[in-house]
Write a protein that binds this ligand. Structure first.
Ligand code: MN
Length: 497
């Protein structure tokens, strides 16, 4: 489902005490607000104005309806007046949807000359929302709380970020990770508890044999592959030798066939993400390189070496980033540049980095790959666009999942790297390479991650909160020793679950 198919329910709380006239005004204000919010591109889903919640029965019914609605991705609550929050306990205990507690009021300014007690009774979210917030704290719930005037751009941006996270959660609850083969042998960090992942995130992580893909691959006609390669020629440059018949052209056609076969399989299985592993490619001529890159560009999650957690996180990030500028990709920390004062990390993968992060038109090239023992694979070669980005991962600690996010500044690659024909990104992590790397390692972070120039920390933090998992931020103020202490303290919090 896409944003246009999803709804965010807007539930405004009040109570019967105020009488019909006031309650009519409350309902009218809620309608005006939702209409205006729906006209703002910062909020990517439709906000659905529900009836004013005035009693425990109303509230329980509204949350029950939200739980039963597949289109409802989340709920915004706001107390225009005072709404005694013991009335909300049953509804909130039954609730299964992410909540954003919007703390705002209909009027921006106090009408100094006209203000009277009627106005005060109608516009009292300043205390109504405190009563409402208390019941979340009492129930141990952690909705996102956004305070400010509802017409302000920053408030709407933050609500929009939360909606994107809610949409990604919704997508994950309906998504399958299609694993082709198992994880790379002996690797720890790409492993994890797939049952727990489904309980926690909704992700259905299942395995298919590579033979299923090889069979579909054999069935793709040369004509369909040729037509797809002609589409590539519209989007990418092709190395000169790939434009005429020969072994290079054949390699590109093979990747086009892999893309078509994989695309068919993903569609058939309702999968939003997939993994491959170079140790299990029997029946395929090459490691899927270009094919993984183009499928990621279409919005599929992907990670190499069977890393299903990052594949699904790439998918979640792709959903959150839909319609935003800046790309999102699977990424791997590869090599460091330790020049004093100019430290940076070079990120790449064997092949599979998404062209959405490219600074300029990517180029298809065919070169040998020193791993896997297959034919020379076609791949897209490009540099990542400079600018701020985030690197994010999810790990399985055995008793819980942890998300780790590091802010980075991607920089222009000044030196040509003619012997490294892969997609690559060069970044300076915050607070600095040494401290960022120490912090990431202390937190148990992966070599694989999601790289996004489209999303910020808040998107991932909102998503992690909705999922009820730990969120570890590495940024300009992070010190490795302090982080180690923080993680030790947090462990006692997480041990409660
Ligand atoms: Mn890898």
């Amino acid at each position: 489902m896409y944003y246009k198919d999803l709804e965010i329910w807007f539930i405004v709380g009040s109570q019967d005490l105020y009488g019909d006239e006031t309650l009519k005004q409350v309902a009218g204000h809620a309608r005006i607000m939702t209409e205006e919010l729906n006209g703002d591109d910062l909020l990517p889903c439709r906000i659905l104005c529900k009836e004013v919640a005035k009693s425990p029965a109303d509230i329980a019914r509204l949350f029950g309806q939200a739980n039963a609605s597949d289109a409802c991705a989340g709920i915004i609550t706001w107390m225009h007046t005072f709404s005694p929050s013991k009335m909300w306990i049953a509804g909130l205990k039954a609730n299964k949807k992410p909540i954003l507690h919007l703390h705002t009021q209909f009027n921006r300014d106090i009408p100094w000359a006209a203000i009277d007690m009627d106005f005060m009774n109608l516009n009292q979210s300043a205390h109504g929302d405190r009563e409402h917030g208390h019941i979340y704290a009492r129930l141990g719930l952690a909705p996102k709380v956004v305070a400010g005037f509802w017409q302000d751009r920053e408030l709407r941006r933050r609500v929009g970020v939360w909606i994107r996270a809610a949409a990604a959660r919704h997508d994950g609850m309906h998504s399958v990770v299609l694993r082709l083969g198992d994880n790379m042998r002996e690797v720890a960090v790409t492993e994890g508890d797939k049952v727990e992942a489904q309980i926690q995130f909704g992700w259905q992580v299942n395995t298919w044999g590579i033979g299923d893909l090889a069979l579909l691959y054999q069935g793709v006609s040369d004509a369909r592959a040729e037509a797809l390669v002609q589409e590539y020629e519209g989007r990418y440059d092709l190395a000169p030798e790939l434009r005429q018949p020969g072994p290079g052209r054949k390699a590109v056609l093979e990747q086009a066939k892999i893309e078509l076969a994989l695309g068919e399989m993903l569609e058939r299985e309702g999968a939003g993400a997939f993994t491959t592993t170079f140790q299990d490619l029997h029946g395929l001529p090459q490691l899927p390189g270009l094919a993984c890159q183009t499928l990621m560009e279409q919005g599929y999650g992907f990670a190499g070496e069977g890393d299903w957690k990052q594949a699904m996180l790439v998918r979640a990030a792709k959903v959150m980033a839909r319609g935003l500028s800046g790309g999102t990709s699977f990424m791997e920390d590869y090599t460091y540049h330790f020049e004093p004062g100019n430290e940076a990390a070079l990120g790449a993968h064997m092949l599979e980095v998404c062209p959405s992060i490219a600074v300029s038109r990517p180029r298809i090239e065919v070169h040998p790959l020193g791993i896997g023992g297959k034919a020379d694979p076609a791949r897209l070669v490009f540099d990542a666009a400079p600018g701020p980005a985030v690197l994010v991962t999810v790990i399985d600690l055995g008793d819980r999942f942890r998300m780790i996010a590091n802010e980075v500044e991607t920089i222009k690659i000044e030196q040509p790297m003619p012997k490294l024909p892969v997609a690559r990104a060069l970044w300076k992590p915050l607070p600095g390479l040494h401290e960022a790397a120490e912090s990431w390692i202390i937190a148990g972070g992966t070599h694989h991650s999601v790289y996004s120039a489209a999303l910020g920390l808040e998107h991932f933090r909102d998503w992690a909160e909705m999922m009820g998992i730990e969120f570890v931020h590495i940024g300009k103020d992070t010190r490795p020793d302090g982080l180690r202490d923080d993680l030790r303290r947090a462990a006692s919090y997480w041990s409660r679950f």
